[in-house]
Design a protein around this ligand. Sequence first.
Ligand code: PRP
Length: 232
Amino acid sequence: MLTIALSKGKLIESALDLFRRAGYNVAGLSGESRRLVFACPEIGVTFLIVRPSDVPTYVEYGGADAGIVGKDVLMEQDSDVYEPLDLGFGACRISVAALKGEGLRDRLSSKIRIATKYPKITERFFNERGIPVEIIKLYGSIELAPVVGLADRIVDLVETGSTLKAHDLVEVEVIAQSTARFIVNRASLRLKHEPLMELIRRLRAALEPRASTLGNGRPSTARRGKKKAARA
Ligand code: PRP
């Protein structure tokens, strides 16, 4: 039996569609339900429905053998997991945005204040450019921060751009692109090699042509090589 953690919210319907296209019967499974665990014994999978930011934790520590989560979350968390498939859906970008026409002239002598739910990505990005920033961590509705004067800039996901537009914000710079990824626990890949490879093979075959295979199943981040005992 494999345990797979799915991100609740925007990615779940596309993830379930992918499993259907790959020939897995996921009837009865829904992101709308209050249930958090769906056992599908006929396909040998138990699905967990968790917050997107918790998916890498479940997979890294072996609470789930595999998971589906956005690259944005993986970049922020620097998780020590295998990332064998770019699933292509959930495409968006992590961008810096500001109020239209707003300069930084008033704050040139002090740090730029940036509101975001991605403090690590933000810190890395501005550190690399030698720009001192003060990061204000928020958990949602980031676009509000510049509107009420809480921050000079935001770093947030942009998909259609309509949330930015609705708040008179413009994209200043794109930090990174993001799509949904299939991730796998390192120990599970050894201990449940065959069922996981079969699942990866079927998901890959069901992907849209624009999605691609990433690397050769090596860990996704700079933490590659870190010896962490993953509980399978
Ligand atoms: C995400 C993101 C933006 C919005 C971007 O928010 O944080 O606010 O979607 O999408 P758009 O470019 O198509 O407008 P989400 O809906 O996940 O809610 P949140 O603000 O609570 O994080």
